[in-house]
Ligand binder design. Structure first.
Ligand code: GUN
Length: 283
């Protein structure tokens, strides 16, 4: 039987309707949530992400403040900008689009963002809070993944969860979120011996490795939930995921498409975190 398709675009749309109502009520009380979006250089993929984030802010009534910096900006100039944004009362969330140019130390930049405004959840304080189970801004893509698994109706508790990829943006944080939901988590990466047989044991399989169609149907357990985080741009300009969708969907219980799966949910979680931060101003 063909799998349930987990429609991230639709779920994101429904979430935005709720958030728009919430934001209108906040605006009536004099608080308009604000997100500062910082983009350094002209990476085309980053430009698309940043524009989409701005557009979605507008749809729910969140103010977005854009800072487009030249590729040659110094690390210190970027630090100074973030220090100003940390102190700006109209800014509830700060997002620095990654990757940054090589001459800028990414860790120093992420360290500079106030944990109170770290709506991406990349500051080491936020990461530590996530790992210890404290209240924090959940990193956006991992939080979106959990929402999509919940949409499938499958409980994470006690399940074998296999994460392919160990990046700081997806692989590591989603593993801790799955653990928080009481999953039994295995993280596979480029040095893992026999990824196939480990993946095949997964009740919930999260693919975040950046290799088009890496996950084939012979790597997937019958009835698994398969979440595809890959956004691979092909030579013909199309975008495809890390999962061989057409074949895997015949075997999985539920699967996310690319595009229209995890991507829209990432942005939804960013909006949710920005609203959460702005709520602090209403106390
Ligand atoms: N680059 C790729 N994904 C992300 C993300 O979720 N946030 C930021 N800031 N940069 C990214």
């Amino acid at each position: 039987m063909a799998a349930i398709i987990l429609d991230g675009s639709e779920l994101a749309k429904q979430n935005r309707i709720e958030m728009k109502k919430q934001v209108s009520q906040m605006i009536e009380k004099g608080v308009t949530p604000g997100l500062a979006v910082v983009l350094v250089g002209e990476n085309p993929a980053s430009q698309i992400y940043v524009n989409t984030k701005k557009k979605m802010c507008g749809r729910v009534g969140i103010n977005s403040y854009e800072y487009l910096l030249d590729e040659s900006v110094s690390e210190q100039e970027l630090v100074d900008l973030i220090v100003n944004l940390n102190e700006d009362d109209n800014v509830d969330g700060i997002l620095v689009q990654l990757p940054l140019p090589k001459h800028i130390n990414e860790n120093r930049i992420l360290d500079t963002i106030s944990p109170l405004k770290d709506v991406d959840g990349f500051n080491p304080v936020s990461v530590g809070r996530l790992v210890t189970g404290a209240d924090c801004y959940l990193p956006c893509t991992p939080a979106g993944i959990i929402e999509l698994i919940k949409l499938s109706g499958v409980s994470i508790k006690g399940k074998n969860c296999v994460v392919l990829g160990r990046s700081n943006i997806v692989g590591k944080p989603v593993s801790f979120l799955l653990l928080r939901e009481h999953g039994t988590v295995t993280i596979c990466h480029s040095r893992t011996v026999d990824i196939r047989s480990i993946a095949k044991n997964a009740d919930i399989l999260v693919a975040a490795i950046g290799i088009p169609h890496f996950v084939t149907d012979d790597m997937v357990k019958e009835g698994a939930v398969v979440i595809d985080v890959g956004i691979n741009r092909m030579e013909d300009g199309s975008v495809t995921g890390d999962v061989d969708f057409d074949n895997v969907k015949e075997k999985a219980y539920a699967i996310t498409p690319v595009p229209g799966g995890v991507g829209p949910m990432t942005i939804t979680m960013l909006l949710r975190n920005t609203i959460k931060s702005a709520l602090r101003r209403m106390d």
